[in-house]
Design a protein around this ligand. Structure first.
Ligand code: FES
Length: 160
């Protein structure tokens, strides 16, 4: 379904986009298969991703600590964050690899800080930074309705 909008979990649609008007944000030709692109409207940064399942629009903010996913790596539907190596499935909105810092997954389950195979888990020195890492919850991605009209990618954004 390359070159077409991807399906995405409707329950993860960005609030305020239902019924919002569509706006052209990019030429389809500027987003070849396997690429990522950031577009910005005001203070909102949106990630366009051309996956094998189709084109997806979601926030250009890692669901962990908001790093720009647009400078990450796309492999199929999975984007790798450049900051803590978290990997997220753009087609499902689910994390497929927790960030190296560990913390809470979207369901609230705690995952420890990453450590190399065969080594004891790294123990953070106690303090606010360790607590912040432990309590940071990876969110699920949120999506923007998307359509393609006359070779232009259009997305629906919530009213400003
Ligand atoms: S900000 Fe993306 S994995 Fe941490």
């Amino acid at each position: 379904m390359e070159g077409r909008p991807a399906t995405y979990p409707r329950q993860l649609e960005t609030p305020g986009t239902a019924g919002a008007s569509f706006e052209a944000v990019a030429d389809l030709a500027d987003l070849p298969p396997g690429t990522l692109k950031r577009i910005s409207r005001g203070d909102r940064d949106v990630l366009l991703a051309h996956t094998p399942a189709g084109i997806i629009a979601t926030d250009d903010r890692c669901p962990h600590m908001s790093a720009p996913l647009s400078i990450g790596d796309l492999d199929g539907c999975v984007v790798a964050c450049p900051l803590h190596e978290g990997r997220f499935d753009l087609c499902t909105g689910e994390p497929v690899q927790m960030p190296t810092t560990g913390g809470l997954d979207p369901d609230g389950t705690y995952h420890p800080t990453w450590s190399p195979a065969g080594r004891d888990a790294k123990v953070d020195p106690p303090g606010k930074k360790a607590e912040a890492r432990r309590l940071t919850r990876v969110q699920r991605l949120r999506y923007y309705p998307l359509r393609i009209v006359d070779g232009r990618i259009e997305i629906a954004l919530p009213p400003a």
